[in-house]
Ligand binder design. Structure first.
Ligand code: SF4
Length: 363
């Protein structure tokens, strides 16, 4: 078995570390880029959403490098994501007949037993004892938690840093070194070292930077290429960025779903504007916007791919939140034709607007 999985932000680092530790051969596809999109688009229905095309691009790259088993996470309700695995299975069959697609879905959707069977099937390819497999899994979770924690801290600190660009450089160098370092323990100690360095980044606490929440469709806000590196651009503009939906949030939430304790805060805050689940992470988007408005943030940016059904519904609800709470929210829709120059201009104009609002309030 040679495993691969599509990129989704920091999950590639944790996934690779986990399979290395389990001693299961694993191929990480190239980082998502225009080339990934071009390859993925060739094998995808024209009007399917952007994450689908990027994932297919990743699969094809991994298969060409020798992968025979692809692992993806499963559905989230009545949107196209629920159909991804079936559609992608058909695509993969056409490319290479013996490629296996394994979907890790939430226990609420496929049942605890089926989920355990799928995990057992994957881990049966590891020569390690049961105890060591569990230990490897726990370390994999620690990697994803720690890198997300580091990223969250640096994205917020970027608004206060004294040396311009220090937080961004530190984050990029950490991700690069993690990909190049062998062994899960080595990765864990490296993360510890980077966290220590991140704590030491000198900040000006008297500064009052613009604070923006990034909300929207989960793949698009987690995978940097699909949002045209929005968070990096906000760092360049000296903005503190806040985001709830990290891969570590998804892992925790999936486990909590089994005991019906998932997204409690989001459910509470979204209830007034969106009482029902509409698929994808539409409800989360609304909950996060309301939470951001209560936490003293200056505004929110919603990002989603063209044609994303749940986020279009959320987009129609967000103006009400914005009006009721005097809280600016901008929506950015991305697809393969999005022009970078226009996209950056919109982000800069929004940050400029928030800065001027802030100054007006201070005066
Ligand atoms: S949430 Fe939106 S982008 Fe994601 S699969 Fe569903 S429709 Fe597509």
């Amino acid at each position: 078995m040679v495993i691969s999985f599509p990129h989704l932000g920091n999950t590639a680092i944790a996934g690779r570390a986990l399979f290395e530790e389990l001693r299961i051969k694993c191929i990480t596809p190239e980082a998502v880029s225009r080339k990934t999109l071009e390859i993925g688009s060739k094998y995808s229905p024209e009007d399917i959403c952007l994450p689908y095309k990027l994932m297919v691009g990743n699969y094809i790259d991994a298969i060409n490098k020798g992968a025979d088993t692809i692992i993806i996470t499963g559905s989230c309700g009545p949107c196209r994501y629920g159909e991804y695995c079936e559609l992608q299975r058909n695509v993969l069959r056409k490319i290479k007949n013996d490629v296996n697609l394994i979907v890790i879905d939430s226990p609420g959707d496929i049942g605890k037993e089926e989920l355990l069977n799928r995990i057992k099937y994957i881990s049966s390819n590891s020569p390690l004892s049961k105890e060591k497999k569990i230990a490897a899994f726990v370390k994999g979770i620690r990697i994803i938690n720690n890198i997300d924690k580091l990223e969250k801290m640096l994205r917020i600190k970027a608004g206060y840093e004294i040396e311009t660009g220090e937080c961004k450089r530190l984050l990029q160098s950490c991700k690069k070194e993690l990909m190049d370092t062998e062994g899960i323990d080595g990765k864990l100690s490296m993360l510890k070292e980077y966290y220590r360095r991140a704590l030491k980044v000198k900040v000006d606490k008297t500064r009052n930077p613009v604070k923006i929440a990034v909300i929207g469709e989960i793949y698009t806000i987690i995978e940097p290429y699909s949002n045209l590196f929005l968070e990096d651009k906000l760092m360049d503009l000296g903005v503190s960025t806040y985001k709830m939906l990290y891969p570590s949030w998804w892992v925790k939430n999936t486990f909590l779903k089994a005991v019906k304790l998932d997204s409690l805060k989001i459910k509470k805050y979204s209830k007034e504007y969106m009482p029902y689940y509409i698929g994808g992470h539409g409800k989360e988007c609304i909950g996060e916007a309301v939470i951001a408005s209560t936490k003293g943030l200056d505004g929110a940016i919603q990002v989603f791919p063209f044609g994303c059904m749940p986020e279009i519904v959320s987009k129609s609800v967000l103006p009400n939140i914005s009006k009721d709470r005097n809280f600016p929210i901008m929506s950015l829709i991305v697809d393969e034709l999005t022009g970078e120059a226009g996209y950056i201009t919109r982000i800069e104009a929004f940050v400029d607007l928030l800065e001027r609002r802030k100054r007006r309030c201070i005066i």
